[in-house]
Design a protein around this ligand. Sequence first.
Ligand code: UDP
Ligand code: MG
Length: 329
Amino acid sequence: MEISVVIPFLNEEPNLQPLCEELSAALDPTGKEYELVFVDDGSLDKGVEVLENLQAKIPQIRIVSLRRNFGQTAAMAAGLDFSSGEVVVTIDADRQNDPADIPAMVAKLEEGYDLVCGWRHKRQDAAIMRKLPSMIANRLIAKTTGVVLNDYGCTLKAMTKTIAKKITLYGEMHRFIPAVASAIGVKIAEVKVNHRARVAGESKYGISRTFRVILDLVTVKFLLKYSSRPIHFFGMPGLALTSVGGLGLSYLVLGKLFFGMSIADRPLLMLSILLLILGVQFILFGLIGEMQTRIYHESQDKPVYYVRETIGWSEEEMAKQNPINGFKL
Ligand code: UDP
Ligand code: MG
């Protein structure tokens, strides 16, 4: 299989047939072998029936039906798991992304990139409720993750099989695929893609998504930077708080012992004790984190690094030396 197109959908019945036709129109001329992996994320309409009926005409259609609505990210993860193409393309089912962009994205990927992201440079969505929060989110994500893209929210992405099979997506992390993938070390390209207004069905998201994106960003940032050294994250404020608290307390104790200062009515006493306890707590969190990190990596044989290629070892030597699956990527 050369190309797998992963299409999560929730209640998109009116969009599915035109989408399939557009996908065939875009992919047939490439002459490549492809599959269309539709993931039904607990739709309540007749979308699956529509697809089944289309299978006679478009044999590339494959359908995974989830038991209930798990959310777009989980549906996408299911699609990645079920796909078998060397190149995996993700796309929205609502026809806002244009399948005609897929061949160009695949071509870009074949230039040697691991991940090619779509950039909806002329986005067709409501200005205040969608485009503005998304603009702020894009800036924020670029700044904090260090992966600089213009558009993180575009579902239209092409990636190599290795990336598709390696990344794990939780919560609503699909927009952080570039950031999550950057933890592995990837070459990322961005290409401008067409974006269209929704003509049928309804958007599944409201403004509350913005806040969830911000929380996810905190998780991603923490995992990217500190997942293998949590004591540095918790320990730094821990040390600072302990020092300040310790200084305050020493000052009071010395004053009491040597200068007969009355310290019971000093707000500084409460503050110092609070800071000291907080600081110690932070350091302990860090230590617990360090233990968790070891459990995370060693129980799953996860290395703390990823190798793109090795030179000078024979295949057999590599197999002997690196029994761990996760090594080569
Ligand atoms: N979607 C899904 N599960 C959900 C929510 C959305 O599979 O729980 C799909 C939806 O059918 C569409 C894509 O995710 O194909 C993007 O959703 P939507 O168009 O509502 O998002 P927007 O374009 O408004 O950001
Ligand atoms: Mg949409």
